[in-house]
Design a protein around this ligand. Structure first.
Ligand code: ADP
Ligand code: MG
Length: 599
């Protein structure tokens, strides 16, 4: 014996007994009662059932039981189903890329039986009697005949009874219940063709009849959802995106309902989540989370689900394409359904091959920006005439969503004289309220939306500089300019890049000509800073920074016509309450507040 080695270390290599190997595997598969809920529900779905009942006791710790009316298991295979890597769903390595079932690893039942008591009863179609099998302490108690109508019932009791270390890790019943219900929701959401029931401690938690997807969401989350849901739909040759988003005004402080399903599997994907966030960019107050139920169907060969045993992570080939189509589909839906007078937020048509502008019924507010107005000419100008800023072309009728009373209020300007206050705010009495509008933020919003529109639908106007101006950039700025170049050209910039120097020949018509190179440099610097902070699309970023630069600042005096124009344009904005940098644009002070203060 080599000195220093213990005799234990020298022991023979032995194959682990099956029940211990199963316990180790169970560590991955069965983390808590919710894992059992997921596996059993998925087996029930795979069995072709159209009725599935989930019963829980004590948050699933005491009991998780699933009853289905599916295919049942052949008596000869009852014991086999509990062996590790025994599955009826995968026959060869090729099948792995062609899966249409939820399970495929054949691990679940074996793992569950290793860490809890299991009782399965099943009746196979065409077999005269039903059979049952029981596992206690990881060991089978044999198969017996029994009476049972159709399908399969699996009851799992005493989770982790023999593994106190694992049992101690479980949280309170209510927390475990919440996790169980989360899993239930994910499966129920995807299978509206199945009648589901869920009971906890003998009380019915959900009873979900067969329905449409929309009704299923409403049954699960409450009748209020019926009007909050906006459908999304987009097809390309390689995949289909469908589902619903919650209107931006129903975003929540807590991460509420956020569901991605890829090929009928719930998945977590921070990457696709970002696509949703980008689509909602500028529409949510900071700290609010959007809600969504999004399903993506992709050619099976283009995804790999086998990354993790609990299978909520997947790998999609061509993820970027899915990302941009998803983002465009959501923007498009927000534009069509959220407000009746939307700006088209579909920014980069090249990313969205199948998006058809013709199907949009959106009405665009017609705003064009006067080339003669220059907010940079003189920061201290005493009066800015806003009619100079906007040339109204063929003003379209704007229909406002009734529940948004601020927007309506903003429009009631007949005979009302707005007042500028502190060279920062515009104050307008509106019936029982006093509206105080931040002039800079309002203009920032207006310009931002009109710029986005320019990039998408309009041919942007450009003005040539009399003398081309030279702007020096550092290496990072050159890189950035290469990245955003096409967007800038779409906006009306005309320039040549010679190594580190930009020769600026033309700028968009709203851009300050007098200080073109200075503002351009500024703009590039800020875009770079913003890009490091947030993951925005180029078009969003450029529109935000450019709008910020061009918006009238505080300290600028506005005459009445200018104020009225500003308010009217704001009311036409898609999102009149939040500035592109996520700040409130106005407050409305009820007369009651003032009366109270006077007491
Ligand atoms: P997997 O689902 O990955 O195949 P499981 O361990 O979950 O592995 O199940 C093993 C096998 O038992 C399945 O392949 C299936 O043939 C059978 N089975 C399990 N549950 C059911 C059920 N509710 N109805 C019909 N067959 C089932
Ligand atoms: Mg399974």
């Amino acid at each position: 014996m080599i000195s220093g080695y213990s005799s234990q270390a020298m022991a023979e290599i032995q194959k682990l007994p099956d029940n211990i190997a199963n316990q180790i595997a169970a560590g991955e598969v069965v983390q808590r009662p919710a894992s059992i809920v997921k596996e059993l529900l998925e087996n029930a779905i795979d069995s072709g059932a159209d009725r599935i009942e989930l019963r829980l006791k004590a948050g699933g710790i005491a009991l998780v039981s699933v009853l289905d009316n599916g295919s049942g298991i052949d008596p000869d295979e009852l014991a086999l189903a509990f062996e590790r890597h025994a599955t009826s769903k995968l026959r060869s390595a090729d099948d792995l890329f062609n899966l249409s079932t939820k399970g495929f690893r054949g691990e679940a039942l074996a793992s569950i039986a290793a860490v809890a008591d299991v009782h399965m009863v099943s009746k196979r179609e065409g077999v005269a009697t039903a059979f049952q099998i029981k596992f206690k302490g990881g060991k089978s108690e044999g198969i017996e005949e029994t009476a049972f109508s159709k399908g399969t019932s699996v009851s799992v009791n005493h989770l982790f009874y023999s593994i106190p270390a694992r049992k101690n890790f479980l949280k309170s019943e209510s927390v475990e219940l919440k996790h169980c219900l989360d899993e239930f929701q994910r499966v129920a959401l995807l299978h509206e063709e199945v009648h589901f029931q869920c009971h906890h401690n003998d009380a019915v938690v959900y009873d979900l009849p067969r329905s449409t997807r929309r009704q299923r969401i409403v049954h699960l989350f409450g009748t209020k959802y019926a009007e909050r849901l906006v459908p999304i739909e987009e097809k390309t040759e390689r995949f289909v995106v469908s589902g619903f988003i919650l209107k931006p005004e129903h975003a929540r402080k807590t991460r509420g309902e956020q569901f991605f399903f890829v090929n009928k599997r719930f998945v977590r994907s921070p990457y696709l989540h970002r696509a949703v966030l980008e689509a909602f960019e500028g529409l949510l107050l900071s700290g609010y989370h959007p809600g969504y139920f999004i399903e993506i169907e992709i050619d099976k060969s283009a995804i790999d689900v086998n990354i993790h045993p609990t299978k909520t992570e997947i790998k999609i080939d061509d993820e970027y394409h899915v990302f941009s189509v998803l983002r465009a589909a959501i923007r498009h839906s927000i534009g069509r359904y959220q407000i009746n007078a939307p700006i088209d937020f579909d920014l980069n048509p090249s990313l969205t091959p199948s998006y058809k502008q013709s199907i949009s019924e959106a009405k665009f507010p017609k705003i064009s920006v006067s080339s003669s107005f220059n907010p940079f000419q003189n920061e201290a100008v005493k009066t800015t005439d806003f009619s100079e800023v906007y040339i109204e072309t063929e003003a379209e009728q704007i229909r406002l969503t009734p529940q948004i009373d601020h927007q309506e209020a903003l429009l009631q300007l007949d005979g009302i004289v707005p007042i500028q206050w502190d060279l920062k705010f515009i104050v307008v009495p509106q019936g029982e309220k006093l509206l105080v509008v931040d002039q800079y933020r309002a203009h920032h919003r207006i310009l931002y939306e009109s710029l986005l529109k320019k990039m998408t639908v309009d041919q942007a106007g450009s003005q040539q500089l009399l003398f081309p101006e030279v702007v020096s950039l550092d290496a990072h700025e050159v890189e950035l300019l290469n990245e955003i170049g096409t967007t800038l050209i779409d906006l009306g910039f005309d320039y040549e890049l010679q190594e580190r120097e930009v020769v600026l020949k033309g700028v968009p018509e709203f851009f300050p000509v007098n200080e073109a190179s200075k503002v351009f440099k500024h703009f590039i610097e800020e875009t770079q800073l913003a890009e490091e902070k947030v993951a925005l699309s180029t078009a969003d970023l450029v529109a935000q920074v450019l709008a910020k630069h061009s918006a009238i600042k505080k300290g600028v005096s506005l005459n009445q016509e200018a104020m009225t124009h500003l308010l009217e344009e704001l009311a036409r904005c898609k999102e009149p309450y939040i500035s592109p940098s996520n700040k409130r644009i106005f407050v409305s002070i009820p007369v009651g507040d003032i009366i109270q203060k006077l007491h």
